[in-house]
Write a new protein. Structure first.
Length: 115
């Protein structure tokens, strides 16, 4: 996930927290959408995510103009503090974990407690 995408995503999270009167820093579970370039990478990413405590919700194949990608939806049920520095560190660790499998973070969202 490039810096511009992270900033856009963070702006949306700040607006959502503000609209729901939730202070930033509130711990929440996080859902992520990962993009994996190879079919072999999907199994490796799924295994790595599960070892790290993620729940993999779905895997779907998407066709793109120049090939295909697999999208892996996963959820980290352990609440993470929703603060920009913390989230950036968390995303960096996740990206370093999945990069060897030719995968990237597409997006992430906090899940409201009780939702």
């Amino acid at each position: 996930m490039d810096r511009q995408s992270r900033d856009l995503n963070w702006d949306a999270v700040e607006r959502a927290f503000s609209a729901n009167a939730m202070p930033l820093g509130t711990p929440c579970p996080i859902a992520v959408m990962l993009e994996v370039r190879t079919e072999d990478g999907v199994a490796a990413v799924r295994s790595a995510l599960q070892r790290d405590g993620f729940e993999v919700a779905s895997v779907e194949k998407k066709w793109w103009p120049f090939g295909r990608r697999w999208r892996v939806a996963a959820r980290m049920p352990t609440p993470q503090p929703i603060a920009q520095a913390e989230i950036n560190r968390w995303l960096d660790r996740l990206e370093n974990r999945i990069r060897p499998f030719d995968a990237d973070v597409g997006t992430w969202i906090p899940i409201r407690p009780g939702a």
